[in-house]
Write a protein that binds this ligand. Structure first.
Ligand SMILES: NC(=O)c1ccc[n+]([C@@H]2O[C@H](COP(=O)([O-])OP(=O)(O)OC[C@H]3O[C@@H](n4cnc5c(N)ncnc54)[C@H](OP(=O)(O)O)[C@@H]3O)[C@@H](O)[C@H]2O)c1
Length: 238
C-alpha cells in the first residue's frame, strides 16, 4: 500500500485568484454543471478533506448529492459518501456543523495532541479525533499516512487556501483541478488560492497542464503534479 492516498486538490477561484469574497456570505464561483462534475469526483474518492476555517465559514455538507452516485457507491460496498476529514490547530469546531451532522460517513478530525481531549469532549460521538504531534500545525504527511492506514486510497482536498498551500508546498498532491470563474473579487482582504510558500512548481520547474475544459461559463484546468498522475482517473477522457 502507498504511504499516502492518491491526492486530488479541487477548488475554484476568481480570475484574480481569490477563493471567496471578503464578505461573510459565501461567494458562488462555480455553476451547476461544474458542481455536478465535483459531485462525480467526490463519488470517486474515499475521503474529502477541508480546513477547519472552511468548516466554520462555509458550513459545507461535503456529501455526494446525486442519488444515483450514492446508490452506486453503496452497491460497491462503500458508504454513500466519502469519509470527511478536517485539520485544526485550536479545535474550535462545533458538533452542530453540517460537516458533522449530514451524511452517514465517518468524520475524522486531526489536531495537536494537546487539544485532542478538549476536541473529543466538544464533539462527542460525531467524529473520531486523532491527536497528532505537539501544538501548532499537524504534520500533513503524517495525517495522510494515517488515512492510508485507515483504508483511504484516494482523497479529495477541497480547500481552503491554507490547506491547499500545505499540500502543494509539501509536494503531497498528485493532481489539481482548478476552476476559474469569470469574475473578479478585487479585495485583498479575501482569501487567495494559496499563501506564501516554496512551491515545487516554479519558473524552473513548471507543472504539467494535463487538460483544459470549458464547463458553461467556467474553465477547468487540470494539472498533473506527480508521477502517480497517470494512474488516476481522467475526467477528460471520452
Ligand atoms: N473556492 C473554493 O473552491 C473554496 C474551497 C474551500 C474553501 N474556500 C474558502 O476558503 C476560505 C477559507 O480558507 P482558509 O485558508 O482561511 O482556511 P482553511 O484552509 O479552510 O482552514 C485553515 C484552518 O485549518 C486548520 N489547519 C490548516 N492546516 C492545519 C494543520 N496542518 N494542522 C492543524 N490545523 C490546520 C486551522 O484551523 P484552526 O483555525 O481551527 O486551528 C486553520 O486555521 C473560506 O472563505 C472558504 O469559503 C473556497
Amino acid at each position: 500500500m502507498a504511504d499516502r492516498p492518491y491526492t486530488l486538490l479541487s477548488c475554484g477561484m476568481s480570475i484574480d485568484g481569490y477563493l471567496d469574497s471578503a464578505d461573510a456570505a459565501r461567494l458562488r464561483l462555480s455553476n451547476a454543471a461544474d458542481f455536478d462534475r465535483v459531485d462525480a469526483e467526490r463519488a470517486r474518492c474515499d475521503a474529502i478533506l477541508v480546513g477547519a476555517a472552511t468548516v466554520r465559514n462555509d458550513d459545507p455538507r461535503l456529501v455526494v448529492r446525486s442519488p444515483d452516485r450514492r446508490a452506486d457507491r453503496v452497491a460497491r460496498g462503500l458508504p454513500a459518501s466519502p469519509v470527511k476529514v478536517t485539520l485544526t490547530r485550536r479545535g474550535d469546531l462545533a458538533a452542530t456543523a453540517a460537516f458533522f451532522t449530514t451524511g452517514g460517513s465517518d468524520r475524522i478530525v486531526y489536531c495537536p495532541t494537546a487539544v485532542a481531549d478538549g476536541v473529543r469532549s466538544r464533539l462527542g460521538t460525531v467524529a473520531t479525533v486523532v491527536g497528532s504531534g505537539p501544538a501548532g500545525d499537524v504534520d500533513v504527511a503524517g495525517a495522510m499516512a494515517d488515512l492510508s492506514a485507515r483504508g483511504v486510497d484516494r482523497v479529495m482536498v477541497e480547500g481552503g487556501g491554507t490547506v491547499l498551500t500545505q499540500f502543494l508546498t509539501a509536494d503531497l498532491a498528485d493532481e489539481l483541478h482548478l476552476v476559474v470563474a469569470p469574475l473578479f473579487v478585487g479585495d485583498s482582504r479575501a482569501p487567495r488560492l494559496v499563501g506564501d510558500g516554496d512551491f515545487p512548481w516554479n519558473a524552473t520547474h513548471r507543472a504539467v497542464l494535463a487538460g483544459v475544459r470549458q464547463i458553461g461559463d467556467v474553465a477547468l484546468l487540470r494539472y498533473a503534479l506527480s508521477e502517480r498522475f497517470c494512474a488516476g482517473h481522467d475526467p477528460d477522457a471520452p
